[in-house]
Ligand binder design. Structure first.
Ligand SMILES: *Cc1c(COP(=O)(O)O)cnc(C)c1O
Length: 428
């Protein structure tokens, strides 16, 4: 079978395929740069595993209390080596990214302390952790206050605003690397480093925490390389490499990690307990694959940006700007466009490809939302996935793809659905 005929069999017509091939050809140089980053990060992870003498016995797990779980403890040492930190907490008991951020915050803040976000409004789910929206058990209920300094119009840090906002009450500064589902640009590790250096020049004792979700392995360095005391993320995003079935991590200083561990488990127990059950092997193997998986997801995001930008749709980031996370926003301008895009992503999935996603009311959203995901791990957004609220400007947020070729197929399928619905015109 020829390439064209296997694409046709999966549902992608030759017009869509040849448009995609042309765009891909124009990205050759760009992709070579991404491959170099992936190569560097692959060696970084490999070195970390070798240096910490990962062995067969580490791949199996413990049950019960999990005392002396060598696989778990060595994995944490591997993460510390990758992130160049004193130590790390990497556990299946951390249920998601929000939970990892939650224990990093609540473990390190005490009544009377103030948390200062210097990258504007934090990710939606953190509003309830902090108590920006009143919530049961929030930091606000424990007497931790909150303040934020918004980013400037151009997406850079407001250094004057930060200087003014730091008071004797301030205990921790939070920075979110990825834009998440906002329209601001994602922050580079270099920018984050400048902000941390500025904060520490005012008060060296302030704890700097970075929400690193969606950012791992996109660059050669991580926030922990530029002074972050805690770098925090989810294992069902980048560092899990698509294999971790659950989990979160915090890499950082002994002091901060011990505080977070005492919140995750309990004071007095800290890191000593927490059986790894059967997940060690997928944590190790997922981390090992992560640089290459992130590479595929990044190629997909850039490919999508260039396809849809060239067809006249606004895209963030645009087709040429540098990337600091794996998220791509495409504004399709109509409900039909959002629905067709998501149907395409779903139709290209390895799991549940035959189901049709429909817009639906979701808790926490003020409009119907459509979501497309056919993932091996439920809710995993390092796997090819897309979602969009059915409201102006009718944008979809797209991310992931365990391999570049799958990301490519998904994007071509999204284009196919738009083409079939008469929402795009293709040359030829
Ligand atoms: C995904 C994400 C989170 C929360 O992670 P969950 O695993 O969904 O709880 C926090 N911050 C950012 C920037 C994210 O992208």
């Amino acid at each position: 079978m020829t390439m064209e005929s296997i694409y046709r069999e999966i549902g992608i017509c030759s017009q869509v395929l040849s448009y995609g091939e042309r765009v891909e050809a124009s990205l050759k140089k760009r992709f070579e740069g991404l491959d170099e980053t992936a190569e560097y990060n692959q060696l970084k992870v490999l070195l970390a595993m070798q240096k910490n003498r990962v062995s067969m016995e580490h791949l199996s797990g413990t049950t019960g209390y999990g005392y002396n779980d060598a696989g778990r403890d060595t994995l944490e040492a591997v993460y510390a080596s990758v992130f160049h930190t004193q130590t790390a907490l990497v556990r299946p008991q951390i249920t998601c990214g929000t939970h990892a951020l939650g224990i990093a915050l609540s473990g390190n803040l005490r009544p009377g302390d103030e948390l200062l976000s210097i990258s504007g409004k934090p990710y939606d789910t953190l509003e309830e952790v902090i108590g920006i929206r009143p919530s049961r058990g929030s930091l606000a209920e424990y007497g931790v206050t909150y303040r934020q300094v918004d980013l400037l119009e151009d997406g850079s840090f407001d250094f004057d605003g930060i200087r003014e906002a730091i008071t004797p009450k301030t205990r921790m500064v939070a920075i979110q690397r990825s834009k998440g589902y906002q329209t601001r640009p994602t922050l580079s590790v270099e920018q984050i480093g400048e902000a941390i250096a500025f904060v520490k020049s005012i008060r060296p004792d302030l704890i700097c925490m970075v929400d690193n979700c969606y950012g791992e392995f996109v660059e050669r360095t991580e926030p922990s390389d530029v002074g972050a005391d805690m770098t925090v993320g989810s294992l069902i995003k980048n560092p899990g490499g698509g294999l971790a079935p659950i989990g979160g991590y915090i890499a950082g200083t002994e002091e901060c990690i011990e505080n977070a561990a005492c919140r995750l488990t309990t004071p007095g127990l800290g890191k000593e307990v927490g059986a790894s059950l059967g997940v060690n092997k997928s944590f190790y193997q997922g981390l090992f694959l992560a640089p290459s998986v992130v590479n595929g997801a990044l190629k997909g995001a850039i490919f999508a940006a260039n396809i849809f930008e060239s067809l006249g749709f606004p895209v963030v980031p645009n087709g040429t700007e540098p990337r600091y996370d794996i998220i791509q926003a495409v504004t399709l301008g109509s409900p039909e466009g959002v629905i067709a895009f998501c149907k395409g992503i779903q139709a290209a999935a390895p799991v549940d490809s035959y189901v049709t996603p429909e817009p639906w009311a979701m808790p926490g959203y003020d409009s119907d939302v459509i979501m497309a995901a056919g993932a091996f791990v439920q809710g995993s957004s390092i796997e090819l996935s897309a979602d969009g609220p059915i409201k102006p400007p009718y944008a979809v947020y797209f991310q992931g793809g365990l391999t570049w070729h799958h990301a490519k197929a998904g994007i071509l399928m999204a284009l196919q659905k738009l083409f079939e619905a008469g929402l795009v015109r293709l040359p030829g």
